[in-house]
Design a binder for this molecule. Sequence first.
Ligand code: SAH
Length: 460
Amino acid sequence: MSQLKNQVFKKNQEFIGQVIDLSYQGLGVIKIDGFPVFVSDALPGEKIKFALTRVLNSYAFGRMVKRIQESPARVDRRHPEMIQSGIAPLVNLSYFSQLDFKRRQIVELFHKAGIDDIEVNKTIGMKKPDHYRNKTVVPIKFQDGHLTTGFYRRGSHKLVAIDDYFLNDPRIDQAVAIVRDVLDRYKVPAYDEISRQGIVRYLMVRRGYYTGQLMVGIISAKRKLPMQAEVIAEIVKKMPDLTSLILNYNPKQTNVQLGLENHVLYGQPVIHDLLLGLDFEIGLNSFYQVNPQTTAVLYQKAADMAQLNGNELAIDAYSGIGTIGLFIADKVKKVIGVEVVKPAVEDAKKNMAANHITNAEYKAADAPAQFIKWAEQGIRPDVVFVDPPRKGLTPELIDSLGVMQPKKFVYVSCNPATLARDAVLIKKQGYFVDQPLQPVDQFPQTMHVESILVFERQQF
Ligand code: SAH
């Protein structure tokens, strides 16, 4: 079959087609006799002429030759590099249409899973859907005589230089440029992946949305920079708002950007930020939600939809640094949390203490295994919050609901496909949905969408 396809479809062959959908990466999807082709910067409803660039067994990639009919939802923001880099693949789709597309995608996924009786609200979006990220990690390379920051073009080792990342807090982009230029002036060499020579690999910047505290991480293949004292002094002089400057040592040949060893070059080892009225301590390696504005909306909404009465035993599963559990702690009797990454659990405990919360408990464990254990131990929560990664829940975890029988099950999901799949199993455990599903746009200009869905236990 693939042989046949390869014979039929050849590189550089041109076609005209209608864009019918967007792929998970935000590429336009066109079908030629049922064979999907993915084309960058092509929006649903557009008619385009395209040429095949790569033909694989069951799909192909193409490039735009000519846009014959433009979508009325197209806005030209003149950021071609945001599409090429994959940083903001939807930048040319009007924000209203982005929100609507995300909602319709959820409706369709539930329909495919056989669920048509759940109402889906309009996606809650941002007032200003750009420059929202509180964190960035950018590659740095010696190119054309200078240290350069930007992004790697797909399938290439050449950095495309950019200074405005469009999604980052503007102060973060400024900090990247300032640090890069200081390192350049002192001739600190960039690391080269191929020769394995050089020093600086990435720059990482985080900024507290409410506190304005700024953390800069220099990810380095050596424990010390040349002219280190001078470099530090100059960075500090140029950034009065710098709270923390850290050298992160990562000598390994790996795609993992950050190493585990940190050296504080200046200021504090951590920064603080506020989220939902709570104080969070954030280290260079800590997990922390990257869109502080919508995270607050998402978790506030999840708590509202749970309609808590103050007497519940609540589970916060896949709890990360405890954001949901600590936020609802004053709205329930007790919170028990479970998260698999140990340092995140330690952060959750620290955040608990810093916010004087005494009615929460966090465990480092695999959530499905812990649910089975809790069920066996006779733990009977009134409400369960889950916020799993993209792969969603496991059937074992869902089965344990049959034993624990919480009255409410609040599912916060970053992947509507697994949410729809899991919803089928949760309903089989005796749950129904009364409130509409609420989509929240945590990552404007990208294909991601978060959903909140509340399941309630049927009374027999
Ligand atoms: N609500 C959290 C973030 C949740 S993201 C916060 O705001 O901090 C999903 C979390 O699930 C991640 O922290 C990830 O480490 C965790 N996780 C992934 N697999 C897990 C498993 N099998 N058991 C428990 N936690 C898991």
